[in-house]
Design a protein around this ligand. Structure first.
Ligand SMILES: Cc1cc2nc3c(=O)[nH]c(=O)nc-3n(C[C@H](O)[C@H](O)[C@H](O)COP(=O)(O)OP(=O)(O)OC[C@H]3O[C@@H](n4cnc5c(N)ncnc54)[C@H](O)[C@@H]3O)c2cc1C
Length: 488
């Protein structure tokens, strides 16, 4: 079967599904693609839901790029069955669609903890209790916030803190209940979590750590959350941000191999050669990613394969850059080692200024950066990311990775960034690629390279690069302007 002209069906019109459709059509404008999406809306940037909740963007401002015209979009239609023998998918409207290649991009659902009183016998959440995953969820929380005065967010990871930030902006009193001993334990070590807690509390949020919710209280409407230690936290709005569960039911019913998610190889292929999986529903080399950069990297690899180009996905080296309650955070690699672990080639350098909400940590093994946390001051993030990416031995002096000369905390002038420094971590776009476009506006650069179109945190750096390159003689660098396949 020639890859060109084959019928591709994509299940899921989220961040991974919409991207693979776009990537396929960029490579083969005549591609025959059908995409199914449970959500009725055109694809949108899920990362920016927090900004919508905080009232900083309207919902129509977070749309992803328009679907190419030759693609058949089946919005508001869930696929309910896959028939692998007939190579068809069955929609909830009983339609049958034939495929040569099937892409599962079904993402995750929000985890609802098995807590007493959280849902009725019909399985519906108690009135006033919400999850935070879709634009519909976002609108429901916004409407509920208008009627509420106090809110509890269950979960102190990135999503929970984003929800807390949004609710604060609606003028609510907000308390965060977190079962672990420190906030954002997936990205931060205990000291980083403690510094973040001070920053969160300074904004007026009460934080309960090591506190599992044991019950949601209220009859017709929620009245609060009872903690495992017996304490009751009053609330007339509860937002659950307790993690995610990959959506694998469809794949499991079709007899595909499932671990924590759908198992795929380096060709993103399941154990059926005609069926692929990408994004949060896929498990590759034992990793299930919960971030957009790997999903978009996988989409580019799969688009290559489905249009007859050689490619393989070997995993994503993650640099997480985000804002937690307006505090900049960057985390990468293995950040667990503590100062006491130093020795035998392992070095840990750290600096904490809890009052100013700054924490920095560098983990070095045999002279190579293998992990780092930067919280509250990202002035050296370019150098640290580069050292981590390149994995080349550091010079004996390491302090420049934590502090710029004179303790200057202003970000590095982007004009000085080396060409291979990653600028947009969501899309893996490097400084050299942006310079090579010779474009002059952020919008034009976004169109050509996709930089700034993920979380948008790199916008200032892109602006700086454009300022720096204005009038300068520009040399093209290797690599295409679109689809750079590297996740940061
Ligand atoms: C509020 C919020 C903030 C976030 N912030 C960040 C961040 O700062 N940085 C970051 O990297 N990541 C962030 N994430 C995570 C990021 O959004 C996800 O990693 C990304 O959306 C995963 O893409 P996906 O396509 O695998 O899943 P999704 O985007 O969830 O898309 C899956 C789609 O498939 C549809 N679907 C499922 N089953 C079917 C079916 N049977 N038929 C048809 N359609 C189906 C679903 O309805 C959904 O629309 C955030 C997430 C949220 C909710």
């Amino acid at each position: 079967m020639s890859p060109q002209g084959q019928r591709v069906v994509v299940i899921g019109n989220g961040m991974a599904g919409a991207r693979v459709v776009d990537e396929i059509c960029r490579r083969d404008p005549a591609a025959r693609v059908t995409v199914f999406g449970t959500e009725e809306r055109p694809a949108y940037n899920r990362i920016l839901l927090s900004d919508v909740l905080a009232g900083q963007r309207r919902h129509d401002e977070i749309a992803l790029t328009e679907c190419p015209p030759n693609v058949v979009q089946r919005l508001g239609t869930s696929v309910v069955r896959i028939d692998r023998n007939a190579r068809t998918v069955v929609g909830e409207d009983r339609s049958t669609t034939q495929y040569d290649a099937l892409v599962l991009a079904t993402g995750s659902t929000a985890l609802v903890p098995p807590v007493h009183g959280i849902a009725g016998p019909d399985g519906l959440l108690l009135s006033g209790v919400h999850v935070f995953r879709t634009l519909d969820d976002c609108e429901a929380i916004t409407a509920a916030a208008g009627r509420a005065r106090t809110a509890v967010v269950v979960g102190g990871g990135l999503l929970g803190l984003e929800a807390a930030r949004g609710l604060l902006r609606h003028g609510l009193r907000v308390e965060v209940v977190h079962g672990m001993d420190h906030l954002m334990e997936a990205q931060l070590d205990p000291t980083g979590g403690a510094v973040l807690r001070r920053a969160v509390e300074a904004l007026g949020v009460t934080v309960h750590l090591g506190s599992f919710a044991s019950a949601v209280t209220g009859g017709r409407r929620v009245t609060g959350v009872r903690l495992a230690n017996g304490r009751h936290v009053d609330a007339d709005l509860v937002v659950l941000a307790c993690g995610i569960r990959p959506q694998v039911d469809l794949a499991r019913a079709a007899g595909l191999s499932i671990g924590r998610a759908i198992l795929v190889d380096d060709g993103l292929r399941t154990d059926d050669p005609h069926v692929f999986a990408i994004g949060e529903c896929a498990q590759h080399r034992d990793q299930v990613y919960g971030l957009v950069a790997p999903a978009w990297e996988q989409a580019a690899v799969l688009a290559d394969l489905l249009t007859g180009r050689p490619a393989s996905y070997t995993g994503s080296k993650l640099v997480t850059r985000l804002k937690a309650m307006d505090l900049d955070v960057a985390a990468m690699g293995d950040t667990a080692p503590e100062l006491a672990d130093c020795g035998g080639g392992l070095e840990v350098l750290s600096f904490a200024d809890p009052v100013r909400h700054v924490y920095k940590k560098l983990v070095v093994r045999d002279g190579v950066v293998t992990g780092a946390i930067l919280l509250g001051d990202l002035s050296t993030v370019g150098e640290v990311t580069q050292a981590f990416d390149r994995a080349t031995p550091l010079p004996e002096a390491r302090l420049h990775l934590l502090f710029r000369g004179g303790g200057d905390t202003a970000p590095v002038d982007p004009a000085g960034l080396e060409d291979d420094a990653t600028v947009c971590t969501c899309n893996g776009v490097r400084a050299g690629t942006i310079r090579a476009t010779q474009l002059r506006t952020v919008a034009a650069v976004a169109l050509a390279t996709r930089a700034t179109t993920g979380c948008g945190g790199c916008r200032g750096v892109v602006e700086g690069l454009l300022r720096g390159s204005a009038g300068a003689a520009l040399q093209p660098v290797a690599g295409s302007a679109v689809g750079e396949r590297r996740s940061a």
